[in-house]
Design a protein around this ligand. Sequence first.
Ligand code: BG6
Ligand code: MG
Length: 214
Amino acid sequence: SIKGCIFDLDGVIVDTAKYHYIAWKRLANELGFDFTEEDNEKLKGVSRIRSLELLLELGNKSVDDKTKLELADRKNNWYVEYISKMDKSEILPGVENFLIKLKENGFKIALGSVSKNALTILKNVGLIDYFDVIVDGTKVINAKPDPEVFLKGAEGLNLNPKECCVFEDAIAGIQAAKKCNMKVIGVGSEEILSDADIVICGFENVDIDILNFT
Ligand code: BG6
Ligand code: MG
């Protein structure tokens, strides 16, 4: 049975997926091409540098490695500016209540995000104390769909992967969870996240008995 939950951050706990999108779009526009919400789905859960590479492919641009780092920095500086203004009001509806219920019922909680900005965000929105373990982009080598981030989360919680349930809004994240035999609940659109075991549109009115779905 499920003993712990591993949460993705961007797009699951907070709506930072929109800030990533706005910043990537701004970069694409500066480089002279458009970047749509549909394009953006492929970048969710993917590392910063890999995201940039995907974006450059979409725009048919090739640049040297030094320029890549410069462009990734440019995007991140905008992103950091957006998230510096975040507070509690940007926690997605129902999330904090869900975390409280997990704690009350003895479930362990981990963060499994490949973002290097995860700690800043959790501090800004005041959720950091709910997490027993935080695995973020500073602790992993491989981004999703590689399962490293979730395996490290389970290990930190002292649980078997089969005892963990992942919450994810990204296709790459669902693939990562599946690769290490974890249960995965998609957060978002059923159409996009069809590989998840089940999909919820958010945490509002979601009870922790959802963890008994198997
Ligand atoms: C993931 C996001 O959580 O973190 C991706 O879904 C993002 O969109 C990745 O690229 C890396 O984040 P950061 O903050 O280190 O650039
Ligand atoms: Mg996400």
